[in-house]
Design a protein around this ligand. Structure first.
Ligand code: SPV
Ligand code: MG
Length: 551
């Protein structure tokens, strides 16, 4: 497994690189996001995250799993802290095989006796014999598969109190044995010990330090003394311990009020965990039974019948509560149930009060001066195999949508032939004339017959009309492309002549379909007798309430 960024090359190019500690996928991702050159898969952090001491309590497999997760989560290299190599040279051979295969760019082993204890803990800090550690380095270098894999040797002589001469001797011997770099560790409160080491070290191999206990050492200074890699080993987990403690304290004392400003928003977490990328992948690969279908619900308009104003206050019609659930939410759930998950609700009037689940919202800030067609076009981005457009003042049932999805014509409007008998509103209807009249006055049967729309509009003569358009349409990808293209053309051509009111952006869907019919397009009618209801006024609302159970 190869990393996108090659650590060996990076070191050659930059001469000085910065690593920060991590213990799992998300912390590694934060290291990358914050611009570090590589991740330090810290033994201290991994142990802490398992709530055990950094003292070889965890196994090689625990470290391998954590390191592998980090490597999978970032594109920058991961350098794994492998303590003493989890045993003798036999364990080191197995370790290199496993870590290299897991996509790790380098391992670092330290010259202490197994089991080790974290370097900052006073007391038992026993060094391994030089010969034994050299054997581990040679074994590691011989075990690696790729020439780019690096093995760093960590000198603990200063930690164990053996002094600078022992540290120099060990550093030189380890380089001779084939180590790709020397990590010289110090727990001194000042950088002097490390500076003295650097000054005295004539051999000059790749040098690594970890300034946890001597934070005053500036990166510029480090470079002056020949340091090539600085590891900020454990600040991430210490920061998170403090942050989590603070937040838990706040929750205990005050509850969740006022806490949102102090924690990462969910959107940031979704971004970090890769949710948005997954949703994009889903669009591409997750094929549902119904294929790739999108829905657009224009709900930007401010027109509300006077009889409903008391119920709506500061909300658009789509937010009308019908027995515990809003009108729009009922439609979104119906679409979701059928398998349509890519839904865009176009908001405008009082859009700050529009709340939907299971759909995205797109703002139409010009809802006052432009109409439904402008809203619909705001919802058109990538064109799907099927594109549903549904007005926000109707409620439809699942069966109607399922049947509509089985209509394969390029441009289909759902029309109802029963309006002459059931018309109980005082609202102007968008009437439809087709090349064939309805099969029967009230009841029809779905025989999949294709009925071509000859005319549509509010001003159509009732005697000539056969149906009313219910505000639901289905377009194939080809149909949608023509629809968008004609809209753009019409916008361009008419902008010179039409008044604002007559501008194509102010058209209703029916008005634009009328325009397309005039241009010769074949628009089909899907005839229904029910399966939907409209909500324009208080009587409609009462009827809807009597149909839906209380949620
Ligand atoms: C680690 O991060 O696990 C290290 C560095 O080994 S330190 O804890 O600073 O010794
Ligand atoms: Mg460690």
């Amino acid at each position: 497994m190869k990393k996108a960024i090659n650590l060996k090359r990076l070191l050659k190019e930059k001469g000085f690189i910065r690593l920060a500690g991590a213990h799992n996928g998300i912390t590694a991702r934060l290291v990358e996001k914050n611009g570090f050159d590589a991740v330090w898969a810290s033994g201290f952090e991994i142990s802490t995250s398992h709530a055990v001491p950094d003292a070889n309590i965890l196994t090689m497999t625990d470290f391998l799993n954590a390191s592998g997760e980090m490597a999978d989560s970032v594109s920058i290299p991961v350098v794994s802290d492998c303590d003493t190599g989890f045993g003798n040279s036999n364990n080191v051979i197995n370790m290199v095989k496993k870590f290299e295969a897991a996509g790790i760019s380098a391992v670092c082993i330290e010259d202490k006796k197994f089991p080790k204890v974290n370097s900052y803990i006073p007391g038992r800090q026993e060094l391994a014999p030089i010969a034994e550690f050299v054997g581990k380095i040679v074994a590691a270098k011989n075990a690696q598969q790729s020439k780019d894999f690096l093995v760093f040797a960590r000198v603990e002589a200063l930690i164990a109190g053996w002094g600078i001469d022992e540290a120099l001797k060990r550093a030189n011997t380890y380089l001779e044995a084939g180590a790709d770099g020397i990590f010289v560790h110090s727990k001194s409160k000042t950088p002097n010990e490390i500076i003295n080491f650097c000054k005295a070290w004539k051999r000059r191999g790749l040098l690594i330090i970890c300034p946890t206990s001597y934070p005053s050492f500036k990166e510029k200074e480090m470079q002056k003394y020949g340091v090539n890699i600085v590891i900020y080993a454990n600040h991430g987990i210490r920061a998170s311990i403090k942050a989590v403690n603070d937040i838990l304290g706040h929750l205990r004392l005050y509850g969740a009020a006022g806490i949102d400003q102090k924690i990462a928003p969910m959107s940031e977490v979704f971004e970090l965990q890769g949710m948005y990328r997954m949703k994009k992948d889903e669009e591409k690969y997750l094929k549902s039974e119904i294929g790739n279908v999108k829905a657009i619900i224009p709900a930007a308009g401010s027109k509300i019948d006077n009889s409903l104003k008391g119920l709506l206050e500061d909300r658009p019609l789509a937010m009308l509560d019908i027995n515990g659930k809003t009108l729009i939410q009922r439609n979104i759930e119906t679409l979701n149930t059928v398998g349509i998950r890519d839904i865009k609700v176009i908001t405008g009037y009082k859009r700050e009060n529009v709340e939907v689940e299971g759909a995205a919202t797109v703002a139409n800030t010009e809802y006052n001066s432009k109409g439904i067609m402008h809203s619909i076009m705001k919802g058109v981005d990538d064109i799907a195999e099927r594109n549903i457009i549904a007005y926000s003042d109707i409620i439809f049932d699942q069966e109607l949508i399922r049947k509509l999805l089985r209509k394969y014509e390029d441009f289909v409007l759902v029309v109802d032939g029963t309006y002459k008998k059931t018309h109980i509103r005082n609202k102007e209807l968008e009437l439809v004339k087709t090349d064939r009249s309805p099969l029967d006055g009230v009841r029809t049967i779905d025989v999949n017959r294709c009925n071509r729309i000859l005319d549509i509009g509010k001003d159509l003569n009732e005697n000539e009309a056969h149906y009313e358009f219910i505000g639901l349409a289905s377009l194939s990808d080809k149909g949608m492309r023509f629809f968008s293209k004609e809209f753009k053309n019409a916008k361009k051509n008419r902008s010179r002549t039409a008044s604002k009111k007559n501008a194509v952006e102010s058209f209703s869907l029916a008005e634009f379909v009328h325009y397309m019919i005039r241009k010769g397009y074949h628009i089909s009618a899907y005839e229904v007798s029910g399966g939907w209801m409209e909500v324009h006024n208080f009587s409609d609302y009462k009827r809807a309430c009597s149909v839906f159970p209380i949620d």
